[in-house]
Ligand binder design. Sequence first.
Ligand code: NAP
Ligand code: GLV
Length: 313
Amino acid sequence: MRIIFYHPTDNAAVWIDGLRQRFPDADIRLWREDVDLPADYAVVWHPPRAMLAGRPGLKGVFALGAGVDALMDQVRLHPDMLPANVPLMRLEDTGMAQQMIEYTVAAVLRYYRRLDEYALQQSLREWRELALPARETFLVGIAGAGVLGGKTAMAVRAMGFPVRCWTRRAKVIPGVASFAGREGLDAFLNGVQVLVNLLPNTPQTTGILNAALFARLNRGAYIINIARGAHMVEDDLLAALAQGQIAAATLDVCRQEPPPRDHPFWTAPRITLTPHIAATTLPSQAMDSIADNIRRIETGQTPLGLVDRLRGY
Ligand code: NAP
Ligand code: GLV
């Protein structure tokens, strides 16, 4: 078995060694344009076109993340990167759900417990209690309740907050109200105090966090975007913050990462930026999952995390 690997930034040795431990008899190599060897499987993150193009015999491509939007964008431009017969798999959870839960709970509690306002009071040497909003009115809406959003919804619900989710098809998650499809979007947004975005970036969802959507939320709502920067119409967010329609936003992702040094998000007082770390890929768990999937393919079983090319996620 021959496996080629490419990641633009990660330490390749960790992955190559880890895959060799899992498949001691396989030929596992870092892909380089000048060493373009035949392969059965490709393990990739943001691969160059030359790595995948012209390999109709690949038995599978494994993306090293949950979101495959960048690869799908490339494939739309260069279909030869992923012939229709080559399955594309993404990571399902592999330790990311727990990270998403932690990030979301931290941000929701920060807003619910008014910690930013206390920080401001401290800077003014002011010792004053602020009223807490009624918990049952602090409605958390989770857009995208798949592998990561579903578990995040349950964790926020377990803290006693009312939670609802929005998906393509209706969901059954205990204690979480389900809204589905474009026709369910307005009803989903109505009354939401904290909107958490965990949608995949697809042609249907790009730019979904825009002025029209913000206007449907409660006045003074909060936004937590932990999915993709392309979901956000950034000027609309700045305008909604200036108007008070949005009280504050926590953004783990931006349209350009990192944002240019003069980008207003760096200094906007009610925007919190983190460098796309809400849920990172954990190599050991990811490789266990990829190894399991390779064994599935080799034994004629359907792999897990298969991407539906038409849906784009
Ligand atoms: P997933 O399991 O595929 O879940 C996606 C969810 O979005 C599903 O519930 C799906 O609905 C819903 N959805 C998709 N298109 C929709 C549409 N047009 N309208 C309404 N709902 C729609 O994905 P996941 O594993 O949870 O990951 C979600 C995203 O998180 C990834 O795509 C990635 O962009 C992002 N992410 C970010 C980080 C980070 O560090 N910031 C880390 C990992 C992942 P159905 O259930 O009905 O199909
Ligand atoms: C990270 O953003 C991922 O999609 O896994």
